[in-house]
Write a protein that binds this ligand. Sequence first.
Ligand code: PSU
Ligand code: MN
Length: 305
Amino acid sequence: MNNYMIIHPEVQEALLQGKGVVALESTIISHGMPYPENITTARALEGIVRSAGAVPATIAILGGKILIGLNDEQLEILSTNNEVHKVSRRDLPVVIAQKKHGATTVAATMYLANLAGIHIFATGGIGGVHRGAQTSFDISADLAELGMTNVAVICAGAKAILDLSLTLERLETLGVPVLGYQTEEFPAFYSRKSGLKLDQRINTPGEFADILRVKWNLGIAGGVVVANPIPEDAEIPAEKIHDTIETALKEADTLGIKGKEITPFLLDRVKHLTSGKSLTANIALVKNNARLAAQIAVEYAKLER
Ligand code: PSU
Ligand code: MN
């Protein structure tokens, strides 16, 4: 393992001491947000995790090395270099063997976090079942990963560019608990509401930690989705973003964009069509997720000791 992975000393020490550690993904930096918002957000997330008493571990691949925790120079490369590949589970061996740069998706970040012994991970939104998946078969590898890897993913639900109802169905089939944080509804990324009810409302970080402990103690492999709605003052109500999303989806269809390109394409189009409002919302919700993830990590670490 040591041949492939470099764990930042601060992260290594936190893991050894049983402190809370929060994994952060890098696809949102390299492919989900433009420069310079991507790097300022990446830095801010690390700061938020620290002020809540946990240690951040942003995960990426540089020159074929898996990095668990990055320094500022490395964050800069991910934010500016356009030779950074979008790396999901299946791309890991290729990018590592070929000594390339890679930004890890939710799926790949979960896989690597778990390898490093980190079980709490904050992101923006998970990938899911794309609209029209009945014919395109486009279902994010994030869902399969959630079905097998022991990492809790703190997110603002999934974007309305996806079919949220089918996404929840897949998660049920895969045995992945979807737990709302102080909500009964599955949040829709930019919007607090999706109209889709959740079975479980959880009110405190400690309760999440207890559930994770029990799940993994019982040997129920796989992740947990912690669905944390975007803060009220930052949300774009569903009815406002609806037409924008429809327009972006039509553009993707006309241009024949599919596969791994489609999520970055849609994010970028929605940003332009909302004159940057969606980016502001995106930044606010990831920060909100980093905060909750750090609180859960601190509680979870107490149980592990
Ligand atoms: N959701 C966002 N921003 C993102 C992504 C999701 O709000 O940048 C990224 C994540 O890295 C997620 C990936 O894992 O898109 C899903 O891509 P795909 O649908 O190709 O699996
Ligand atoms: Mn896909």
